[in-house]
Design a protein around this ligand. Structure first.
Ligand code: BES
Ligand code: MN
Ligand code: ZN
Length: 524
């Protein structure tokens, strides 16, 4: 899809559809009024009669019958302006593009009216690009015709903003890449395959990459990850990519490949500390990469178990993000760490009651093998710290309790640092990808205690989303850390919650990119 800013009057465009945004309770404004006049008042009539209300995700094509250049006008809803945040803005444009594709339009233009602020360009482009997402079909036989938009024109957003446009497109495409990974069947996207995806990203940008397999994990003491993986025939992978972007004489010399290959052979022992060469911040983006979560011995119910192929959504987000961070050469040291494995029952699987020594030495009683995310992330955080992380953001489909707490409309979060959190929160606004911070009261800490070990991984009975996060926070080494529980936000399964897009969302991808941008900006 070609995207361009155009300054031609909308009525003169040669397009299949000219999209005009309308908010509920608002009249047509600005250039839409002229357009309506040229069309004989039919648009204003649709709005006045409430045949078109401007509700979010509402889309109505109106044939222009040759009265203007565009073949038709397509009214699309933004919902109430009061409710219109970055996420709904993207969602509205996502639906606009989806509908346009369904109708078979090839060339469309989006007209900016007063309902859309000038600075919404990023949201509009990201939303439209995300609307081009098409899950890759594995069906055999004749494929249905893929309906794609060839050209998207943006009218009324000014000119000379091509760099913003390019960045927004990259962000949208990265989100879609994460969504594609989320969708991938678990027998395809195995821990090994995830490592290969990481290697591809590393090769593309000449990044440093390290993939630890079972032998290296044992040497490094990553027993929590090993424990979760032990029921599976597929060996675990601890994946680390490093973008050395800090502005220093040592940076920019290109990366090195630490692991011989993605199979985890030939990697050295966990490398020593490698803080930013300039002594600046090193942001670690840590993703939960459970390629399938059966629950292990604490086996899940069969209904909806198939959804657990997306238990690597955190990994998808951090990998998609570092791809952009590296290609855009953001001047900040950023690493992506992915703890990849399967959580399966089997003769070698870990048991409820096991006590495991984590990589940083804390003992953990495994009470429920289905609370595996916090286990693999604990070791992943240790790995990030060993490699010089100064700030940590982890992303994980960690708890069903996140859905109970705030549902699919936002990511639930906790953090140990107000200042770092403020930056993450700002990144979330920039990204139009909602986060909501939950409290970490000291009172909850007692619920993490075990009778036999330093920590237990489950059976808290309440505040499940917070406690899952707090468990991980125990391994943050006191560094500024935030945890995004994307269990609900990464995949909307609620068929009634229709203003939040259904299926895989790529939640967190753009937050990671914006966070790197913001932290780099603060360093400049
Ligand atoms: N991957 C699940 C959480 C999840 C549930 C993600 C639904 C997406 C949709 C996680 O590993 C899990 O099983 N969590 C348990 C934790 C409990 C045993 C403390 C849960 O939420 O039930
Ligand atoms: Mn689980
Ligand atoms: Zn899980």
């Amino acid at each position: 899809m070609k995207i361009a800013l155009v300054s031609v009057p909308a009525g003169e465009l040669d397009v299949d559809a000219l999209a005009v945004p309308v908010a509920t309770g608002q009249r047509l404004s600005g250039p839409a009024v002229e357009l309506d006049r040229a069309m004989g008042g039919v648009l204003a009539e649709m709005v006045a009669t409430a045949e078109f209300r401007g509700r979010i995700h509402e889309v109505l094509p109106v044939p222009a019958q040759g009265k203007i250049g565009p073949r038709r006008v397509i009214l699309y809803g933004l919902g109430s302006l009061h409710d219109l945040d970055g996420q709904r803005m993207r969602s509205a444009h996502h639906e606009l593009v989806r509908a346009s594709r369904t109708y078979g339009y090839k060339r469309i233009a989006v007209l900016r009216t007063d309902a859309v602020r000038m600075d919404a360009l990023k949201a509009v482009v990201e939303g439209c690009v995300m609307g081009t997402f098409e899950r890759r079909s594995r069906q055999t036989g004749p494929q249905p015709e893929r309906r794609e938009i060839d050209e998207l024109m943006l009218v009324g957003f000014g000119s000379g903003r091509e760099h913003e446009l390019v960045a927004a497109r990259e962000n949208g495409e990265a989100t879609n890449r994460a969504r594609e990974w989320q969708n991938a069947p678990p027998n395809e996207l195995t821990p090994e395959a995830l490592a290969q995806e990481a290697m591809r990203i590393a090769q593309r940008h000449n990044l440093e990459v390290e993939v630890l397999g079972p032998a290296e994990l044992k040497t490094g003491g990553y027993n929590l990850l090993i424990g979760v993986a032990s029921g599976s025939a597929k060996p675990p992978r601890l994946i680390r990519l490093r973008h050395r972007g800090s502005p220093s004489p040592l940076s920019g010399e290109g990366g090195s490949v630490r692991a011989a290959d993605a199979a985890g052979r030939g990697a050295g022992s966990p490398s020593g500390a490698a803080a930013s060469s300039a002594g600046g911040p090193v942001l670690a983006l840590v993703g939960k990469g459970i390629t399938f979560d059966s629950g292990g011995i604490s086996l899940k119910d069969p209904d909806r178990m198939a959804d657990m192929k997306a238990d690597m959504s955190g990994a998808a987000a951090v990998l998609a993000a570092i791809d952009v961070i590296a290609s855009r050469k953001i001047p900040l040291d950023v690493m992506a760490v992915v703890a990849a494995c399967e959580n399966m029952p089997g003769p070698a699987a870990q048991r409820p009651g096991d006590v495991v020594v984590s990589a940083d030495g804390k003992t953990v009683e495994i009470v429920n093998t289905d609370a595996e995310g916090r286990l693999v992330l604990a070791d992943a955080l240790t790995h990030a710290l060993r490699n010089g992380a100064t700030h940590i953001l982890d992303l994980a489909t960690l708890t069903g309790a996140a859905t109970v707490a705030i549902g699919h409309a936002a990511t639930a979060a906790v953090s140990n640092d107000d200042s770092f959190w403020a930056t993450v929160d700002m990144a979330s606004r920039e990204a139009g990808d909602r986060v909501w911070r939950l409290p970490m009261y000291a009172d909850y800490r007692i619920l993490l205690r075990s009778q036999i070990a330093d920590l237990r991984n489950s059976q808290y009975g309440e505040a499940g989303c917070i406690l899952g996060g707090m468990f991980i926070g125990e391994f943050a080494g006191g560094k500024p850390w935030a945890h995004l529980d994307i269990a609900a936000s990464s995949w909307n399964t609620n068929t009634e919650l229709t203003t939040v897009l259904r299926g895989p969302s790529g939640a967190g991808t753009r937050i990671c990119i914006e966070l790197a941008e913001l932290m780099a900006g603060a360093e400049r």
